[in-house]
Design a protein around this ligand. Structure first.
Ligand SMILES: Nc1ncnc2c1ncn2[C@@H]1O[C@H](COP(=O)(O)OP(=O)(O)O)[C@@H](O)[C@H]1O
Ligand SMILES: [Mg+2]
Length: 314
């Protein structure tokens, strides 16, 4: 039997209602201590709202959440010392330098005066920001801004770090550097809760992933488990003669597809319902007087699995 580990974040039936909208709808999960937990979902799924409830930035409508065993509402003061928060929009001061920003955060978090400077130096070095210690925040590149924002959330050595879409808008290189730094932080013992709408990122960085759609968790597991769970999912590859039709025309006629796209000399269709898509492809070919020169199935990749999972929840 697997030895049960304690939950760094424990969420039970957590709900947030805005008027008639259930932005987060009775979600429950446990993030184990030492994990990188990916919270994956499309725009508007409820990721930011969840993070904001967990870190005490917005009220909880109902349900409960604990961080390292402490209630995020009733024991807010204890929780605040245990967590670091990297919001989707940076909260640092434009006119302060990297060094000044971190020193200010350290002061705000109550880091003792005697160790502040040492901690700030350590963080600047860890994030490759030492060269930029005297650069004003407003003059840093996007990637460096993001890194400094993360550094600022770590001044008080939190046990759990929340990051809301930390790599969105970053170029490939900055994104990779950030992934490496987050993995290293995690290796040093920080539990990481990271939201993203990027499937590749979630599968690449997470030990476990929860997929959220329309306020509900629709799947949860390790990347391998999620892939296996949906491994029966297939993508239909099809080619027509004398030539492949316009995508718009296909989209209009082939119902039951989650996605249709052109790839090289053929068309790929992610089906919601395989049988009806194949049937509709045949019908479509007859309708347009085309011949189907190729039709085969292949297994889906991570991004296509995500479409399938999110599509099913509709
Ligand atoms: N302050 C608010 N008032 C009303 N609706 C909100 C508010 N914040 C978010 N929402 C709505 O809640 C849903 C979830 O939003 P959000 O948590 O920001 O999603 P995500 O971060 O996954 O993109 C969306 O439909 C959004 O429009
Ligand atoms: Mg968001």
């Amino acid at each position: 039997m697997e030895r049960s580990r304690s939950c760094a974040i424990s969420v039970n039936e957590l709900t947030k209602v805005y008027g008639s909208l259930r932005a987060v709808d009775r979600i429950s999960f446990c993030v184990h201590e030492g994990e990188i937990f990916g919270f994956l979902g499309p725009n508007g799924a409820g990721k930011t709202t969840t993070v904001r409830m967990l870190v005490g930035l917005t009220n909880i409508t109902s349900g409960r959440a604990l961080i390292c065993g402490h209630d995020v509402v009733k024991e807010y003061k204890v929780v605040k010392r245990l967590i670091g928060v990297v919001p989707d929009v940076s909260n640092l001061y434009l006119e302060l330098t990297s060094y000044q920003n971190l020193m200010f955060s350290a002061k705000m978090y109550g880091v003792p005066r005697g160790v502040r400077e040492e901690r700030v130096k350590e963080l600047l070095k860890f994030f490759g920001l030492w060269r930029f210690k005297d650069t004003k925040f407003k003059n840093l590149s996007k990637g460096l801004k993001r890194r400094l924002t993360i550094a600022s959330a770590l001044v008080h050595n939190p046990k759990v770090l929340f990051l809301d879409e930390p790599t969105s808008g970053l170029d490939v290189m900055s994104r990779r550097i950030l992934w490496r730094q987050l993995k290293e932080l995690n290796r040093q013992g920080v539990t990481i809760f990271l939201t993203t709408h990027n499937v590749y990122e979630a599968f690449h960085i997470s030990d476990r992933i929860a997929i959220i759609n329309k306020g509900k968790i629709v799947a949860i597991g390790t990347p391998e488990e999620l892939s296996r769970k949906f491994s029966t999912q297939e993508v239909i590859e099809v080619a027509f003669q004398p030539s492949n039709p316009e995508l718009n025309d296909l989209l209009e006629h082939i119902k039951g597809a989650l996605d249709i796209r052109r790839v090289g000399d053929h068309i790929e269709i992610v089906p919601l319902d395989k049988a009806s898509v194949i049937e509709n492809v045949a019908k479509y070919a007859r309708l347009r007087g085309l011949e189907i020169s190729m039709l085969r199935l292949r297994s889906a990749d991570a991004e296509e699995l995500f479409l399938k999972i999110v599509g099913e929840a509709k």
